[in-house]
Write a protein that binds this ligand. Structure first.
Ligand SMILES: Cc1cc2nc3c(=O)[nH]c(=O)nc-3n(C[C@H](O)[C@H](O)[C@H](O)COP(=O)(O)OP(=O)(O)OC[C@H]3O[C@@H](n4cnc5c(N)ncnc54)[C@H](O)[C@@H]3O)c2cc1C
Length: 394
């Protein structure tokens, strides 16, 4: 069975590894993507502070190591009735099974703010930190726009900024978080949320919840419902949009609807996994879990003796803070736990059943937590409602 995977990010690599294990030589797997490298983005938040870096691996070697092949190019459209994916050079790729793993597109949601999308915005944030270190700016607001389902990097940015400025000997400024959430990192449940609230309090970082930042205007941040918040600079996360690939169904924000086994609604032999799906929370660990469900379903269709399981989302997050590590677990039916030991292994930022050990074993990504993680992190784990298809944050 010929499996084509559109994309070569987290979900695509996890699916390739899972298919190799589950379906063995019943399938050939070809990934299609324009990238030269696989970029491990979560540590991008640490780059501007010079305490970590977004890791990059040559993609072709990684894909081949995973037992698949790489076709360089961008998928422009699909023609599901003909079982064809159309590439930007005009070539048509025939498939028996197609997995869409194209990720999402970040877009600025708060005009006038520094929108931190990943490694590409590291230098702008480093410049802002230099301005703060030299006293040119004193108040920085960290703003979560409505419709952002993965708020963790914003909390990492404010905590790392605080630690960085303290190391630089800068005092007297003020940092604050502005968020539409009911409580900080509410998505992870009360234990994680209380731990984050406590961290912010200990550091003297301000917090405004149930407050939606809208735009930066004349040196202040306009918010609803309460007017203006004074800030010299504003750092924000982006909103995400789906890729709106021609030939696929998608919702108003461009995200693809799937069933619990990752099958794209209304289409035959097409699956989707990761940030491009309509599932509310866009996160690498969840992308990998969706990829595993899709891979099981594809492997069963290829004749493997397997009963495919549905996507059962469990959210695990590792929060870089600069303080002593704490590992938290919670969620419906799971006792809330706080521990100093990792809750998963290897203790990666992106928790993929196959991808995390694969990157640890083959690509030199350490099986030990990076030093920045050892020095200060909070791990959190929570089960989510698999039907969640609206954003839980604001
Ligand atoms: C700053 C930051 C911090 C984060 N922190 C964490 C964290 O701590 N933990 C965590 O789990 N997640 C984290 N994430 C989120 C995580 O990186 C994403 O959720 C994850 O990468 C989504 O995987 P994906 O496979 O859906 O998409 P991606 O990994 O984005 O991969 C998409 C792939 O599709 C390719 N592509 C796009 N368009 C086309 C096309 N037309 N044709 C062919 N290929 C195409 C891209 O080149 C890429 O290869 C973070 C993200 C950022 C930006």
């Amino acid at each position: 069975m010929r499996v084509v995977v559109a994309g070569a990010g987290v979900a695509a690599l996890e699916a390739a590894l899972a298919l190799r294990e589950l379906a063995e030589d019943r399938v050939t797997v070809e990934l299609v993507a324009p990238d030269e490298d696989f970029t491990y983005r979560p540590l991008a938040v640490a780059e501007p502070f010079r305490v970590g870096e977004a890791r990059r691996f040559p993609l072709r070697a990684l894909v081949e190591e995973a037992g698949a092949t790489l076709r360089k190019g961008a998928v422009q459209s699909i023609e599901p009735e003909r079982h064809v994916a159309v590439i930007n050079d005009g070539e048509e790729l025939r498939y028996d099974a197609l997995l869409l793993a194209l990720g999402a597109r970040p877009r600025e949601a708060i005009p006038g703010a520094l929108t931190f999308r990943g490694p590409e915005d590291g230098q702008a944030l480093a410049d802002l930190l230099a301005d703060a270190a030299e006293g040119r700016i004193r108040t920085i607001a960290f703003a979560l726009p409505s419709g952002t389902s993965w708020p963790l990097p914003l909390y990492e940015l404010v905590l790392l900024t605080d630690a960085h400025l303290a190391n630089e000997g800068v005092g007297g400024g003020s940092l604050q978080v502005i968020t539409p959430e009911d409580r900080p990192l509410a998505l992870f449940g009360p234990v994680a949320s209380d731990a984050v609230r406590e961290l912010l309090e200990i550091r003297g970082i301000g917090l405004s919840t149930r407050t939606t930042p809208v735009a930066v205007e004349e040196g202040s941040l306009r918010v609803v419902p309460d007017g203006q918040i004074e800030a010299d600079r504003v750092v924000a996360l982006p909103q995400l949009e789906g890729p709106r690939l021609a030939g696929t169904p998608f919702d108003g924000r461009g995200f693809v609807p799937i069933d619990p086994h990752g099958r794209v609604l209304e289409l035959d032999d097409v699956w989707a996994a990761g940030d491009l799906t309509a599932f509310a929370v866009k996160q690498g660990g969840l992308a990998a879990q969706q990829a595993d469900a899709a891979a099981e379903s594809i492997a069963a269709q290829a004749g493997a003796a397997i009963e495919p399981g549905p996507f059962r989302p469990v959210l695990r997050g590792l929060l870089l803070t600069g303080l002593v590590p704490r590992y938290l677990r919670g969620g419906p039916g799971v006792a809330s736990t706080v521990d100093t030991e990792p809750l998963w292994w290897p203790p990666a930022k992106i928790v993929g059943r196959h991808l995390a050990p694969f990157l640890a074993a083959h690509m030199g990504l350490s099986a030990e937590p990076p030093s920045v993680v050892q020095e200060g992190a909070v791990e959190v784990e929570v089960e989510l409602d698999p039907e969640l298809s609206h954003t839980p944050v604001g």
